[in-house]
Design a protein around this ligand. Sequence first.
Ligand code: 5RP
Length: 232
Amino acid sequence: MSLEQAKQVAAYQAVDQFVTNNCIFGVGSGSTVVYAVQRLAERVESEKLKVTCIPTSFQAKQLIIKHGLNLGELETNPNIDVTIDGADEVDSNMTLIKGGGGCLLQEKIIASCSKKLIVIADYTKDSVKLGDRYKKGVPIEVIPMAYVPIKNKIISLYGGEIKLRSAVAKAGPVVTDNGNFILDWMFANQNLDWEKVNNTIKLIPGVVETGLFVNMCCKAYFGQPEGNVVER
Ligand code: 5RP
């Protein structure tokens, strides 16, 4: 079974389990979420469900529109029933690294407004310690003018290495949906207290959000190479 099929089985199972009639549904971002929206559209059509979809990114919004789903906004729907989103890594405490696709800020806002955050992923994201499997580090969204001092501050606090994200080598920096830059922090120590790290980094002026999702995710579905899904 391919990785794409592993993503699909996880996404389908989560949507079948958590999407109900009249629910306000947070739509995550990334390649796995594409399958969740596909499944949602099938169910909306066949079961005549009424679901209001709140996007976490430009990509999510486009997916909702493409599938003819009901697009909602946070202003009018600030209480979301369930959000289904991807992740770059999920550790044994259900702490997540997110933001591989650069959408971490809106993803975290939507997750914080959701009664439940459900992760869907293939088996390569299922990890014990952050950094065991995802080697690109923790994404941090920053105000462009502050990226150098923020980078220096994080290195002086925790060590490791930080790269300003660019789409193509030697091209300009990636700009997020919110007009910011992304720093990818390759941490050197896997035994950090991630809650504390998240809170500390967030206090550095110019940091908008981190890709550390601590105590936010209540369930994860991992599609397996054999075609089954492992839940935890
Ligand atoms: C985007 C994200 C994605 O959810 C995460 O990168 C996982 O993506 P994929 O499903 O493509 O592996 O956090 O900011």
